[in-house]
Design a protein around this ligand. Structure first.
Ligand code: ADP
Ligand code: MG
Length: 644
């Protein structure tokens, strides 16, 4: 029985909703750079050829194995068509439905759904989000795709659509392996049926395609793999063009690393840092951006095994001659050699980042602001590179100007005499940190504190643990002991007196006796009950009356806030401590009040606790707090609370 002997039944199918919406915009777009459709189609053809080249090494039998691997492009002015033919992997019926009727990548789909109407008009985004094929409807009134898969048992089919709502699929016997795309050009797109225009577009966008692209028997591209060439012979523009090709990007890369090694293994890599981080812009999780080659044969596109996950933002190629050409994807994951390449390149990239920071701080800062989230993720999730990653972290601090950044190394260089630990304070922004209570102890001693304004910072620092043998400590730890660090003792006495005056306002201070103090502390503990682990006298506060701290010292309040917000159960480390400032006029007054008006005093105590929690960024239940606050205010203006 002939495998091609299939009845020509045409089936009509609907596009997925997101595809319909997208096509509607693509078809009606007034986008001036319509020519990019060709780049998209050539890039798909090249992908299909790369995949075929690899499959051909893996499976015993392929269909049409005599065909040479190439892309042919035929503009036809008479018919006003443009045909792109490849001898790649091809598609069977099911693959056509999936690949040309839906947006397969869930990230792309989410991204599309989240794009605002006006952003959707920006067609230049389309290629980047993995929906490139649909760009052909910018220039074609009707698109026909004929495809025959490389699997001997499959059949050829033709897919046809005008991009409005539906497409058809019909059996198409007798065709060769690969895919032929016939664009029936729109009236206003006649230019794309001329040879010169097509060659010009290929030279502009597709010079680096590693297969011959032929227009009327002339090969238009250069084919040679850029990463195998000598660095000194490659022009900056060539790198930029290659980046655009490999990353499907429209902009220039921020920087690139091109290197080759012979030991411990033969390796060539060309890796780019992009300018934009679309994961941060809401695209969802990025696919890895580096392709793995062996002797210029693509083994795995967007390879998951060749770099750690947190390096998924870099784009480029890694080529190793030592890999067996016929290695399967499964074997890649388990390969010791791949793991070794992974380590070598990761280390090299980290060195490259560090070098960039040293040689070109402005570019590094851009890089950090855009991709810092991935370095933090690495510090949290990957034990192997914590030391190197710690060097790369940047923070604002009490000694930097707003918006300016410092590093852990610079922090250490500027530590006070005798200072052993590195301190950081979390908060939603600089103002919140600087007006909050946690900074008081540091300000008094003129000790530098890093501001961890992104909650990920706290996670990263607590995972890193220490830097150059200095512990990394959060300022909201219960066991923070600053002692007489920082300014001289003499100087401190003076400031302390001034601060005492400030805290007490106009009232004269009556210091509490040790007995009174311990009675006040246990009264507060009794009032606050299980909400708090212990109530203690604070050694760190100067102007604030109270502060909550974490006795265990591991989980910072910022981390707790993130975990709460993401719905995780925060691990119970036994609660927080409340520290109170005995020199503060409010605490003195409270001690007095509790003897005369226990009920009001309790409300004040609870309010102090809530205020301290808010300053830690942890308030959860505002209703009780606001109600109580009104009762206190009512008393203040001389009224009786309604239920009293
Ligand atoms: P992407 O290339 O990012 O996956 P496209 O919209 O450009 O998105 O293509 C969608 C899918 O259609 C491809 O992933 C591929 O599976 C399939 N495809 C497109 N063109 C070809 C082709 N010439 N040969 C084989 N498959 C193709
Ligand atoms: Mg594509």
């Amino acid at each position: 029985m002939s495998v091609e002997n299939v009845a020509p039944v045409t089936e009509t199918r609907e596009f997925q909703t997101e595809v319909k919406q997208m096509l509607n915009i693509v078809i009606h777009s007034l986008y001036t750079e319509r020519e990019i459709f060709l780049r998209e189609l050539i890039s798909n053809a090249a992908d299909a050829l790369e995949q075929f080249r690899h499959q051909n090494l893996l499976v015993e039998k392929v269909f049409d194995d005599h065909l040479s691997l190439e892309i042919r492009i035929n503009p036809d002015q008479e018919k006003n068509t443009l045909t792109i033919t490849d001898t790649g992997i091809g598609m069977n019926r099911g693959e056509m439905e999936n690949n040309l009727g839906t947006i397969a990548h869930s990230g792309s789909r989410t991204f599309w759904s989240n794009l605002a109407e006006n952003q959707r008009q920006d067609i230049s985004l389309i290629g980047q989000f993995g929906v490139g094929f649909y760009a052909s409807f910018m220039v074609a009134a009707r698109v026909r795709v004929q495809s025959r898969s490389y699997r001997p048992e499959d059949h050829g089919h033709e897919w046809v659509s005008d991009g409005i709502g539906t497409y058809t699929i019909t059996p198409c016997p007798g065709i060769h392996r690969g895919t032929r795309i016939i664009l029936e050009l729109k009236e206003d797109a006649k230019e794309f049926a001329t040879e010169e225009r097509i060659k010009q577009i290929i030279r502009r966008y597709s010079s680096f395609v590693p297969f011959p692209i032929k227009v009327a028997e002339e090969t238009v591209n250069t084919v040679q793999a850029i990463w195998t060439r000598n660095k000194n012979e490659i022009k900056e523009e060539e790198y930029q063009e290659f980046y655009k090709y490999i990353a499907n990007a429209f902009d220039q890369p921020l920087a690139h690393l091109h290197f080759s090694a012979d030991a411990p293994m033969a390796l060539k890599a060309l890796i780019f840092l992009p300018r934009e981080n679309i994961e941060r812009l809401g695209f969802g999780r990025l696919d890895p951006g580096v392709n793995l080659y062996c002797q210029r044969v693509l083994i795995e596109q967007h390879s998951k095994s060749i770099l750690p996950e947190w390096l998924r933002f870099v784009k480029g190629v890694i080529d190793s001659e030592d890999l067996p050409l016929n290695i399967s994807r499964q074997a890649l994951q388990d390969s010791a050699l791949v793991a070794k390449i992974n380590r070598v390149i990761s280390k090299r990239l980290l060195k490259f980042f560090a070098q960039l920071a040293k040689d070109d701080p402005t570019t590094y800062e851009k890089f950090w602001n855009t991709f810092g989230m991935f370095l933090k993720e690495g510090a949290i999730s990957d034990f192997n590179y914590r030391k190197e990653l710690a060097e790369l972290l940047r923070f604002e601090s009490s000694k930097t100007e707003p918006g300016k950044l410092t590093s852990l190394a610079d922090y250490v260089a500027g530590m006070a005499p005798g200072q052993k630990d590195i301190y950081y304070i979390g908060g939603p922004n600089r103002e919140a940190v600087e007006t909050g209570p946690y900074i008081e102890a540091f300000r008094k001693r003129e000790l530098e504190v890093l501001y961890t304004l992104d909650p990920m910072d706290d996670f990263a620092l607590s995972h890193i643990g220490e830097f150059a043998e200095h512990k990394l400590l959060s300022a909201d730890r219960g066991d923070l002991a600053l002692g007489d660090l920082g300014k001289t003792a003499e100087h401190q006495e003076v400031t302390k007196d001034e601060e005492k005056k400030a805290a007490k306002g106009e009232k004269t201070a009556v210091s509490l006796t040790p007995e009174e103090t311990s009675s006040l502390l246990s009264w507060l503990k009794e009032v606050l009950g299980a909400k708090i682990k212990e109530v203690k006298e604070s050694k760190r506060l100067t102007t604030s009356p109270a502060i909550v701290v974490n006795p265990d010292g591991f989980l910072t309040s910022s981390m707790e806030r993130v975990m709460r917000a993401s719905g995780q159960n925060t691990p119970d480390f036994g609660g927080k401590n409340l520290e109170i400032n005995l020199d503060h006029v409010l605490i003195g007054g409270l001690n007095h009040l509790r003897r005369n008006d226990d009920e009001l005093a309790r409300k004040v105590a609870e309010q102090i606790y809530d205020n301290a929690m808010i300053q830690a960024g942890l308030m959860t239940e505002p209703r009780t707090m606001v109600g109580r606050n009104y009762e206190i205010l009512t008393r203040l203006v001389g009224g009786q609370s309604p239920d009293a």
